[in-house]
Design a protein around this ligand. Sequence first.
Ligand SMILES: [Zn+2]
Length: 146
Amino acid sequence: MLEDDEQHEDADEGCLGPMDLAERALRERFPNWLTRGSIFVVPDGWALIVLDLFDAIAAKVGKDADIWVGAIKTQFAGLGVAYHAQDALRDRIQPLVAQADEAARRTCEICAAPGRYSVDGRGSYATMCAVHCEEHGFGVAALSRH
Ligand SMILES: [Zn+2]
């Protein structure tokens, strides 16, 4: 059984998960891309994917590029990134965002093990490994996209 009480009692460093730490690091490193208004809701299993994505974008266009990320979150069991950038910049960034989405769709959103597109009895979709599918009552979903 999970002991939820312990986890939520105080918000000190010890309670931060991989994604909290990744978000904090990214907000410090890219204060213009991620502002107070940026929504950042990504499951722990995808922390490395998101860190890699920002690294890849910075390597390609420079960290001073004029980009604003409005939201980065789970979307259709993949990684959705809504951002503003001029068209020329967007053309260079978009392939990296698509790659990160593809990577997320193969990665368990809870533990980062190889995952697959899964659905539960209520029609919720997620990308999870076999262990977490079992634990959360998900089964393999038919891929209707692609
Ligand atoms: Zn897992």
